[in-house]
Design a binder for this molecule. Structure first.
Ligand code: BTN
Length: 311
């Protein structure tokens, strides 16, 4: 985790066109020049190229890393790792030990990334891999809404930053042109009447080269024909999730999900707990469950499962 002066130093270096003196930074931030030097040293050790001259410091280049100091206002909540088995494992340990709502775990790479339904999530270089610990004041029945909230937030961020229209495949895949660009995994710890925590894991195909490995997946870089800023996208998603949580229990969230959904009004097959349900996906209910009208006319509300679009 990082302290705010480092973020402020990096911000000042990014905003300055020329050199910025150690003295000016020390004055501006109210910390000693030795402390400034230590932060500069940390940044250099993490790949920032910072020139120094008698006039001060100048940022020449930044590494493509999602370090806490790249996210002003939330740096104190971020745990950053170069490589770990899975951000979900760290999130679970931290949540069990009482980590605060909004704690974020980011990994540059994962050796054992986990997908839904015990699948493997291959974490290619250039992707964004993170988990967020949430402690929403909802009953467990409303927990599926977390998936909808995350999916809507990410689709919005992709639209705002890259003008790409993402579609949401129930329960929580984000597709563009029918191919997956993002997967969401929510792990819940709850009692009968209250949620202790929900760890929300997000894997975003940002700059990865993925389509040649997985025919049903694609990255934003492959779609756009150029590298994107992982920092900008990650920051936008993290800010969006913080804001969207206020909509968790609002009808507006469901409305937005419906508009972006590629599952509604389609024939689908849902496999859940060994049962296969075939029918037309006609809506989602208040809890975020998918409402299926089966061929015999009966309705089923499905809370979780594997969904295949049939036609
Ligand atoms: C899915 O589509 O099956 C969900 C994939 C979720 C992947 C993310 S990557 C960050 C977090 N850590 C993991 O091990 N999994 C989630």
């Amino acid at each position: 985790m990082v302290n705010q002066p480092r973020t402020a130093i990096l911000k000042a270096l990014k905003e300055s066109t020329g050199y910025i003196s150690g003295e000016a930074l020390s004055h501006q931030l109210g910390i000693s020049r030795v402390a400034i030097w230590k932060h500069i040293d940390y940044l250099r050790q993490n790949g920032y190229s910072i020139e120094s001259s008698p006039a001060g410091y100048r940022l020449k280049s930044s590494p493509d890393l999602l370090l806490p100091c790249e996210f002003p206002g939330m740096e104190h909540r971020i745990h950053h790792f170069k490589e770990i088995p899975s951000t979900m494992g760290i999130a679970r340990d931290l949540a069990r030990n009482g980590a605060a709502e909004g704690t974020i775990i980011i990994a540059e790479s994962q050796s054992h990334g986990r997908g839904r339904l015990d699948r493997e999530w291959r974490s290619y270089e250039g992707g964004i891999y993170l988990s967020i610990i949430l402690r929403p004041q909802i009953t467990p029945a409303y927990a599926p809404r977390i998936n909808l909230m995350a999916a809507v937030t990410i689709a919005r961020a992709i639209k705002d930053l890259f003008n790409l229209k993402a579609e949401l495949k129930w329960p929580n895949d984000i597709l563009i042109g029918g191919k997956k660009v993002c997967g969401i995994l929510a792990e819940i710890n709850a009692e009968m009447d209250r949620v202790n925590y929900i760890n929300l894991g997000i894997g975003l195909n940002a700059n990865s080269i993925i389509s040649r490995h997985e025919e049903n997946a694609i990255s934003l870089r492959e779609l756009l024909g150029m590298e994107i800023s992982r920092k900008e996208l990650c920051y936008s998603v993290l800010r969006g999730i913080a804001e969207m949580q206020t909509l968790l229990t609002e009808a507006e969230l469901l409305e937005e999900w419906r508009e972006l959904s590629s599952t509604l009004n389609r024939e689908v097959r849902i496999t859940a707990s060994g049962e296969s349900i075939v029918g037309r996906a006609i809506d989602i209910d208040d809890h975020g469950a998918l409402i299926i009208r089966k061929e015999d006319g009966t309705m089923r509300h499905v809370f979780a499962g594997d969904c295949i679009h049939l036609r």
